[in-house]
Design a protein around this ligand. Structure first.
Ligand SMILES: [Fe+2]
Ligand SMILES: [Fe+2]
Length: 191
């Protein structure tokens, strides 16, 4: 099968109805695509992997099933191993090697996209004017977006070989164009 955004979106939305999970998928997709463009990689493929990485989470909300029990479903749907392999690699508990730029990028964008999204949600201007400095400050407050694993955010930047500030700035820039889809306000709304 040809992996296109349409097929990935169709699969995702067949298994996922929760708005917050769909927004998570869109946020990780935007960040992963940002890096694909930056690195001259296959943006469509990377974006599809990001859209699908948690596709089975509603069906399999526990780590004894997610994402490993999602893999045979993707295989049945006809997705190639490059997609399935990358999807599986995002899970810390599976301890799979992150041996390609796609796997490293997906891992690095997963938790941080959610965190930056959360930072935008509590600001009247959304992501507009959000500085990496204030994201880092929030990372140090354990009660803010408590579900985000800080150690994975730090490990992700390291895996990409980037300073945390730069990685955060990239994710903010990646999410800005889809702020509306993520339910974020903007400077124009606040004016
Ligand atoms: Fe996941
Ligand atoms: Fe995720």
């Amino acid at each position: 099968m040809e992996v296109t955004r349409e097929t990935a979106w169709e699969t995702l939305t067949r298994y996922t109805k929760s708005e917050s999970l769909l927004r998570h998928a869109l946020a990780v997709e935007a960040s992963t695509r940002f890096y694909a463009r930056k690195l001259g990689e296959d943006e469509e493929l990377w974006g599809c992997v990001a859209l699908l990485h948690d596709f089975d989470y509603e069906k399999h909300p526990t780590l004894d099933k997610h994402p490993q029990d999602g893999a045979p479903i993707l295989r049945d749907e006809g997705y190639p191993e490059v997609v399935i392999d990358a999807v599986l690699s995002h899970a810390e508990h599976l301890e799979l090697p992150r041996d390609t730029p796609l796997k490293r990028t997906l891992f690095a964008c997963d938790e941080l996209s959610g965190f930056v999204h959360a930072c935008g949600l509590v600001r009247p201007t959304g992501l507009d004017g959000l500085e990496p400095k204030s994201v880092k400050k929030k990372l140090k407050q354990p009660s803010f977006a408590a579900g985000v694993h800080r150690d994975e955010v730090y490990a992700g930047a390291e895996l990409l070989g980037l300073e945390l500030d730069e990685h955060i700035a990239n994710v903010i820039a990646a999410l800005q164009p889809i702020a509306g889809e993520l339910g974020l306000r903007s400077a124009a709304d606040a004016a």
